[in-house]
Write a protein that binds this ligand. Structure first.
Ligand code: FAD
Length: 499
């Protein structure tokens, strides 16, 4: 029932996403082997990258994805009239070029291009920036009157932060140290990062320092051609490297042997053996549902239960009529009507802050489409328990309010619009199975739980959005690589001890 609610107006899609109808018609595991070296659960960017790295290292790899499309949150959808909407292609740091070149292909890396203009429009300031250190330094000195030495000291401190640093200091304390009482500066520095990974002033400062510095090194980048082109190219590469890819394949259980080592998975009711597993499924679901507390130390189970999920999102997707455009509005626009920076206001269902992503025809070369995606951070609980009727009404209201707001940047937008619809935390939960529809995985403590999983169950590893720093496109890709190296070490040690 939830499927049908998520995307009204496209019957073919509804039919396609009705698991029961489709699985009756087709065996998605037809021809699958009885066992593999590695099973990867989930095809988010961490799962895809892990699968590719392990296959290139010579392991037999089975990639299982419950959705009909690969990519996890890195996804897109099509609508009547030729509209293609990207969900999470708003911007990532330059590091993605190197990671894609090293762990994917030069061709993928070559399509990563910089965004030109990042805008802020709020009661405190109106700014357009290239969102890099040089431009921010100039802005902070000239527009915000901060002494040059303070700006440099702040950037150097943020840049030097790493995982092994003091994790006690919060982002609030970091800002208070350099810019006491300057809510406007905090807003400039923090608002985009809160949108990028859901972090707040109360999270450890290192999560801010690492992510902010990644962006500041060279600005914000995107993938020319759209998420569909990226994921199709990744799929081609996985197939070339011999990964057995199965969509519509829901892993229900991870099988653990008496010696607390992985033995296999149960997927769509079928058992498949393996020596190691990379789970890209939500960390809490992996541990508490797929493995089960009975197979783990009680203390670790408690630690897992205490991990807080990050926030979720709402989005409004707006497609203009074919060939109908709008003047340049920037690529990313952080709009807020709220007086100062306030995370609770950013999460509120009574929306006062939005990030608009403007997509021009160059996003998909050859296209004649101008599109806008409006994103807001959101609380799962505000949407979870609404009646079907109220849910539909609230989505409609969100669409209307978004158009009202967009009108100031795209005049006459209502006359130009051809397609509009909304997604909510329920949508993200449904498609990616993240608890509470978390857009960016877990808060910081989730990273430790993820890293310690192989100490609990031999051969079971997790890679995917956790701990803020391992979320986002770049974080997910890099975590996939780190964890596949761990799996390689584990399998090599196993093979040696069996000789
Ligand atoms: C609205 C929004 C906007 C965003 N914008 C940006 C952005 O601009 N820049 C950026 O860098 N990041 C952005 N992100 C975050 C980024 O998209 C994610 O952090 C990243 O894509 C997550 O990758 P992942 O590897 O953790 O896996 P996920 O994308 O979480 O994928 C996990 C996969 O596992 C599958 N799965 C789960 N359980 C099972 C199971 N039992 N069996 C089989 N399959 C299973 C799911 O179906 C899913 O495909 C955004 C996220 C959202 C929601």
């Amino acid at each position: 029932m939830r499927n049908k609610l998520e995307h009204t107006g496209n019957e073919f899609y509804q039919l396609f996403s009705d698991q029961s109808l489709f699985t009756m018609a087709k065996d998605f595991l037809k021809g699958v082997q009885d066992s593999y070296d590695v099973v990867v659960i989930g095809s988010g960017l961490a799962g895809l990258t892990g699968a590719n790295t392990l296959a290139k290292a010579g392991y037999s790899v089975l990639l299982l994805e419950h959705h009909y499309q690969l990519g996890g949150m890195a996804t897109w959808f099509k609508r009547k009239g030729g509209h293609i909407f990207d969900i999470s292609l708003h911007g990532f740091p330059v590091g993605m070029i190197k990671s894609c070149r090293k762990y994917w292909t030069q061709e993928i890396a070559d399509k990563i291009v910089p965004l030109k203009g990042i805008r802020f429009e709020n009661p405190q300031f109106s700014i357009e920036t290239t969102f890099n250190r040089e431009d921010f330094t100039q802005l902070l000195i000239e527009k915000f009157d901060i002494p040059a030495e303070t700006v440099q000291a702040f950037f150097d401190t943020a840049r030097s932060m790493n995982f092994f640093d003091d994790q006690e200091m919060t982002t609030r304390e970091l800002f208070e140290k350099f810019f006491p009482g300057r809510d406007d500066v905090v807003r400039l520095l923090m608002e985009p990062i809160s949108y990028a990974n859901g972090s707040t002033l109360d999270d450890p400062a290192i999560t801010y320092g690492i992510v902010f510095s990644n962006f500041m090194s060279k600005g914000v980048y995107t993938f020319r051609g759209g998420t569909d082109a990226l994921i199709f190219q990744m799929r081609e590469e996985l197939e070339k490297n011999g990964v057995d890819i199965r969509i519509r394949s829901l892993v229900e259980n991870i099988e653990i042997g008496p010696d607390r080592q992985v033995q296999g998975v149960v997927v769509n009711g079928k058992r498949i053996g393996c020596k190691a597993i990379l789970s890209n499924s939500n960390i809490k679901s992996t541990i508490l549902n797929l493995v089960g507390p009975e197979n783990l130390d009680a203390e670790y189970v408690e630690e897992t239960k205490a991990v807080r999920m990050n926030n979720s999102s709402c989005q409004v997707y707006i497609g203009m009529k074919p060939g109908v455009g709008f003047d340049y509005c920037g690529d990313l626009l952080f709009h807020s009507e709220h007086s100062g920076f306030d995370v609770d206001a950013m999460l509120s269902k009574d929306v006062s802050s939005r990030t608009f992503s403007f997509y021009y025809p160059e996003t998909r070369p050859g296209s004649d489409r101008w599109l806008v995606v409006s994103s807001t951070n959101a609380n799962y609980k505000d949407w979870a328990d609404l009646s079907d009727e109220q849910y539909e009404a609230d989505k409609k209201y969100l669409c209307e309010k978004t158009l009202d707001c967009l009108e100031q940047y795209v005049p006459d937008v209502r006359e130009k619009v051809d397609w509009i619809e909304a997604s909510t935390p329920r949508t993200f939960e449904h498609y990616t199975r993240h608890l509470q529809g978390a857009s960016f995985g877990t808060k910081f403590e989730g990273l430790k739980v993820s890293q310690e999983l192989p100490n609990q169950i031999g051969g079971l590893h997790h890679a995917g959005s956790v701990g803020i720093i391992m979320s986002g496109w770049l974080g997910a890709v890099n975590y996939g690589v780190i964890v596949s190296n761990e799996i390689d070490k584990y399998l090599t040690a196993q093979a040696t001890s069996n000789e």
